[in-house]
Design a protein around this ligand. Structure first.
Ligand SMILES: C[S@@+](CC[C@H](N)C(=O)[O-])C[C@H]1O[C@@H](n2cnc3c(N)ncnc32)[C@H](O)[C@@H]1O
Length: 208
């Protein structure tokens, strides 16, 4: 087991039982995502967790490669897919940093609640860009912690050292957008629930 997987393997069962924090916001993101999907599309999901989002979108697309560093998260996701008799999702256990992805192979890359957990989000955004076809979409929902919880960046390393927290990076919306644009994407849509600066920021960006 890699170090990156440890925290998530330990918390997978609990994570699977947690209700969605803001159901209305989640449904809005599902609906916007669905508006970009077509039956011929190949979708890559990075950090798919217990697979809920992949399972929702699977009927709308040709295939989904759902990846995650945590084998325990994926075991739950696979069980849910089997129960729902969804057959067009392939699950792969790998850290996004180690994934080898052929260029121009997916029309959509999704990464939800993941970019703030990466040591080098820019490298992962570059990887997403390369593996997308021209005109393909990056769809991401990301906690932008520097915008409302910046003080916590000084305490987080202690929580990480004690194994109570995963690696977490503190950046704001503006920095996230800059990184996405610097990777070569053009922003199509940006949304955060009104009056909720703590909520994850949803972005759709296009490889032009
Ligand atoms: C907060 S959960 C989000 C799960 C799911 N995307 C969702 O929105 O419910 C973060 C997920 O990212 C995965 N993860 C964390 N670091 C990762 C990495 N470096 N590579 C791949 N997956 C990673 C974790 O195992 C976990 O399943």
């Amino acid at each position: 087991m890699t170090d990156k997987a440890k925290f998530w393997n330990r918390t997978a069962a609990k994570y699977a039982l947690q209700p969605i924090a803001n159901e209305a916001a989640y449904q809005h993101k599902v609906q916007i995502t669905a508006s970009y999907l077509q039956p011929s599309m190949r979708v890559l999901e990075l950090g798919c967790g217990t697979g809920s989002t992949a399972l929702l979108h699977a009927p709308r697309v040709a295939s989904i490669l759902a990846t995650d560093v945590s084998s325990k998260m994926l075991a739950i996701a696979q069980q849910k897919a089997a129960q729902a008799q969804v057959q067009n999702i392939e699950f792969r256990c790998a850290a996004v940093e180690d994934l080898i992805l052929p260029p121009a192979s997916f029309e959509v890359v999704m990464a939800h609640s993941l970019l703030h957990l990466l040591e080098d989000k820019e490298a992962v955004l570059a990887k997403a860009y390369d593996t997308l076809t021209s005109g393909g979409y990056l769809i991401t929902s990301t906690p932008c912690l520097a915008d409302w919880l910046n003080w916590f960046r000084y305490i987080a390393p202690l929580g990480q050292a004690l194994g109570l927290l995963p690696l977490v990076r503190f950046f704001g919306q503006a920095e996230l957008l800059k990184s996405i644009e610097q990777a070569g994407f053009v922003l199509q849509y940006q949304w955060q629930p009104e009056n909720d600066p703590r909520a994850a920021v949803f972005m759709v960006a296009r490889k032009c």
